[in-house]
Ligand binder design. Structure first.
Ligand code: HEC
Ligand code: HEC
Length: 365
């Protein structure tokens, strides 16, 4: 139902129509009354064209969960005020934080069947809640993550700092955590912080080797020298193609030491696929139109065709710039951060990136 239909006259007609229709059908009447007990505007959306159950189901067209959260944030993240959102079939609806947003964080089974609620792991600003984050209430969500270790906290909605309202949903932590898979795909589930920086590396006279990549020893995690650290050191040295740079007190270089992390199997966990098996060219058939098989390809970034000249991987302001910012780079985040909720199955299409279709805080079908 489009906005233009929300005239007082139509509200009246629909309300009357709904009542007449409802009186004939017990089930439909129940639904109608449930609808009427809400505000009239909501009733209108609730009851739809002819009221009754069929119309009700039809009106539950739903919206992708991540889109809904985004529309709420862009409306200023109101705590009690209603906000408008557009559902996936382009209808306008109203929603509130309490009924529509909070349940996405506090209920089990919303994001996929059997999914634990966010709040079961992020339940308080205490050390024993993951990321000292509290997703159980409005106040908690607005406080952000790492409330104790990085006070006053790390913003989830892309705002400058906790308390600021310059929300930037597209670049927010929350959106990224809901949409983006850790790379390479199918990392074994990791509940501790120990394997975030990738497996341990040793540096000998033949350069860097990744423990476990030979299939003989087991992969080991939690060392000072590790794969993500190596890539970071290279980026912070200016991402040189030929010049060597220092890591772990040794001189290493891109060609011999860094490139292998993108092009060889078993570099990240047992039998992990080479990055370049999926990201092999700046073509449509290569994921994210990204080429991680060569220096030139890596520097061209992702989405080279759809967002030319490409999306920078190392936090630089644009492709070709050298103002690298490893700490905020796409590459670092993709190597370290799991998609939330944990254990979401790896998804090779773009279809479920924005989560399931939801309506009033519940997953549809
Ligand atoms: C089984 C426990 C678990 C569940 C369930 C869970 N998380 Fe997490 N979450 C974690 C862990 C562990 C980390 C840190 C590890 C990582 O970065 O991948 C984390 C990190 C995060 C972060 C990053 C915080 C920061 O400051 O960087 C966000 C945001 C987040 N989770 C949101 C969510 C949301 C939203 C949900 C539900 C849709 C959810 N989580 C469900 C365990 C969980
Ligand atoms: C099995 C195929 C596969 C492998 C192997 C793989 N990726 Fe990906 N990668 C994907 C898919 C699919 C996406 C898009 C889906 C998503 O965002 O989670 C993606 C997205 C990315 C992105 C985001 C690009 C952007 O513009 O947002 C980066 C960066 C990335 N991968 C890096 C890597 C790295 C580094 C490795 C190896 C350590 C790797 N990938 C291994 C399939 C793969």
């Amino acid at each position: 139902m489009k906005n233009r239909w929300k005239s007082p006259l139509r509200v009246l007609i629909m309300a009357l129509g709904g009542l007449v229709f409802g009186s004939g059908l017990l089930q439909a009447q129940g639904d109608t009354q449930a609808c009427i007990s809400k505000a009239l505007l909501t009733y209108l959306e609730c009851a739809g064209e002819g009221a009754g159950t069929a119309a009700l189901a039809q009106k539950q067209a739903g919206v992708k969960a991540v889109d809904l959260i985004g529309q709420w944030v862009l409306a200023g993240a109101p705590e009690t005020d209603m906000f408008e959102y557009t559902s996936s079939d382009n209808d306008q609806h109203t929603a509130t934080f309490k009924d529509d947003i909070l349940p996405l964080f506090t209920q089990d089974g919303v994001w996929f069947e059997g999914a634990r609620s966010c709040a079961s792991c992020h339940f308080a600003n205490s050390e024993n809640a993951y990321h000292e984050m509290d997703l159980t209430s409005y106040a908690g969500i607005m406080k952000g993550g790492d409330v104790l270790t990085k006070p006053p906290g790390v913003p989830l909605f892309g705002q400058d700092k906790i308390g600021a309202t310059n929300y930037d949903w597209d670049h927010s932590k929350l959106r990224a955590r809901l949409r983006n898979n850790r790379m390479p795909p199918n990392w074994p589930e990791d509940l501790t912080e120990t394997n975030r920086d990738g497996p341990c590396v040793t540096i000998g006279s033949n350069g860097v080797s990744v423990q476990g990549s030979d299939g003989v020893k087991k992969h080991k995690y939690g060392c000072d020298l590790n794969t993500v650290g190596l890539i970071g050191a290279w980026v912070e040295a200016g991402a040189p193609e030929l010049k060597s740079f220092a890591y772990g007190g040794q001189q290493v270089n891109f060609d011999r030491d860094v490139l292998q992390l993108f092009t060889k199997p078993s570099m990240w966990f047992p039998a992990s696929a080479p990055c370049s098996s999926c990201h092999f060219a700046n073509s449509e058939v290569s994921y994210h139109e990204m080429d991680l098989s060569t220096y030139a390809g890596i520097m061209k970034g992702g989405d080279v065709l759809s967002k030319p000249p490409g999306v920078p991987l190392f936090g630089e302001s644009k492709i070709g710039s050298t103002d690298y910012d490893w700490g905020h780079s796409k590459m670092r985040a993709r190597l370290r951060n799991n998609r939330m909720p944990n254990a979401v199955t790896f998804d090779i299409t773009e279809e479920n990136r924005d989560g399931p279709l939801v309506f009033r805080g519940r997953r549809l079908k």
